[in-house]
Design a protein. Structure first.
Length: 204
């Protein structure tokens, strides 16, 4: 997965609590196992009318939020089913960071495994960033993972915490496969020794 170091971009405000994964990507779009192409159906039922036309009032259908890289939203974001398509859709749209007071656990972990940084902040700080995001003139902010900071458009710094292991993975672009491949030499050596000591396990 792509490394997450420093992200500067437009933050889109979504002031809703309990946004579940079916709202993020409805069930009818879960037939694919590809991680690409899902951005166009992100928040499908909020973005489009039944005839496929855009709903002009939805934030991601407006400028400059069509190019949002950060999402500011409400409590318990990503609740509901555990579908990994939800972070896939966010990522394919271009969103690399979601900021909220709290997240559903499975969604939170799925984000981290797919290169999205979920940041949990106190409600007062989320409210401040939400107000910034609602104004296009102040909607651009910078997330620095190494420093664990969010810089507002006025220069103010907000600090956040992140698990050190997850931070390491994001900074280095390591998903579960990447973490395994870091130990490829040790795995190969183990297999070599096993072939010598237990050759019957390797008989074809």
């Amino acid at each position: 997965m792509d490394k997450f170091t420093t992200l500067t971009g437009i933050a889109a405000p979504l002031p809703r609590m309990n946004v579940d994964t079916d709202m993020i990507i409805p069930k009818q779009h879960l037939k694919t196992i590809k991680r690409t192409g899902l951005g166009k159906v992100l928040f499908d039922e909020l973005r489009y009318q039944d005839n496929g036309e855009e709903i002009p009032d939805f934030i991601l259908n407006q400028q400059p939020y069509r190019d949002a890289k950060i999402l500011i939203t409400g409590d318990n974001f990503g609740c509901g089913s555990s579908r990994e398509h939800a972070p896939w859709a966010l990522l394919d749209f271009g969103i690399r960071c979601v900021i909220a007071p709290s997240f559903a656990d499975i969604f939170f972990n799925n984000c981290l495994k797919n290169g999205i940084l979920p940041i949990a902040l106190p409600q007062a700080q989320v409210d401040t960033l939400m107000a910034d995001a609602k104004n296009p003139d102040t909607a651009t902010m910078t997330v620095d993972l190494s420093q664990q900071t969010i810089q507002r458009s006025n220069g103010e710094i907000i600090c956040f915490s992140v698990d050190e292991f997850r931070k390491h993975c994001l900074l280095n672009g390591l998903d579960d496969i990447g973490l395994t491949l870091e130990k490829a030499d040790k795995i190969a050596e183990f297999e070599r020794q096993q072939q010598e000591s237990l050759p019957w396990l390797w008989a074809s």
